[in-house]
Design a protein around this ligand. Structure first.
Ligand SMILES: [Zn+2]
Length: 247
């Protein structure tokens, strides 16, 4: 469907770019992205993707807004405290862009959430079990996965395009011997804008993938907010990985 007048105005800064233009904007409008975790990463990711005109966003989170979230979870206000995060997020994102259809899962990640079909999954969770579940699903269904995390002053992004690459997944990189990480934002703290930096990078990576400009399967980017430094590297496949391994 061609863009209407209002969309030409709204997305004009994309349309001005030769490598996005109307065809790229249409790809964004046609895309359905699942965001799991609507905390410090899910907030900036969903705001940027709704603003960019991603056509459908499914939001999954079973938590309510707590006063301690407001230091970094930029979708929510004081009036949202004790309300479901996904419901508050939907209202805010709808107000931002009516082009974006928002689907809600006011629950923890489950196989029911993953039963729908998505063009891409964004991991904004803070727990290893959900991360591994998303990884397994994306490997088996060949769906791109953009995973982010942050703690203290440090953040990390990992991105995979399983449609084009069978081997190397998030499980290859995770240390099998480490149990569920004991440290998280809840008990160790985090600087709010570090989540914003990683979330913005996740949203940029989502747009890159949806437009077909991603060719760095297994890309890792680390941000050290205290020293103001980024580090980029490529992960290596683990031949013995139980999820994607060859042996
Ligand atoms: Zn693997």
């Amino acid at each position: 469907m061609p863009l209407n007048d209002s969309q030409f105005m709204r997305y004009s800064r994309h349309l001005l770019m030769d490598d996005i233009a109307e065809s790229g904007q249409q790809k964004l409008l046609d895309a359905h992205v699942l965001i799991v975790g609507m905390g410090g990463l899910g907030c900036p990711v969903s705001l940027y993707l709704a603003a960019a005109g991603v056509g459908q966003l499914s939001l999954c989170d079973g938590d309510t807004v707590d006063r301690s979230n407001l230091q970094r979870q930029i979708l929510y206000t004081e009036d949202d405290c004790d309300k479901a995060k996904v419901v508050c997020a939907q209202a805010r994102l709808n107000a931002l862009n009516a082009d974006t259809k928002i689907h809600l899962y006011n629950e923890q990640l489950s196989s029911q959430v993953l039963a729908n079909s998505y063009d891409l999954v964004v991991d904004c969770t803070d727990n290893l079990t959900a991360r591994q579940q998303l990884n397994h699903h994306c490997v088996s269904h060949k769906i791109p996965l953009v995973s982010g995390s942050a703690l203290g002053w440090e953040g990390q992004l990992m991105a995979f395009d399983f449609a084009a690459n069978e081997h190397l997944c998030l499980n290859c990189i995770i240390d099998k011997d480490s149990a569920e990480p004991i440290m998280n934002c809840g008990n160790s703290g985090v600087v709010g804008p570090v989540l914003g930096a990683v979330g913005s990078l996740q949203a940029t990576t989502v747009i890159r993938i949806l437009l077909g400009y991603f060719n760095q399967h297994g890309q890792i980017q680390r941000y050290d907010g205290k020293n103001g430094q980024w580090l980029g590297l490529l992960a290596e496949a683990n031949q013995h990985c139980v999820i994607c391994g060859t042996q």
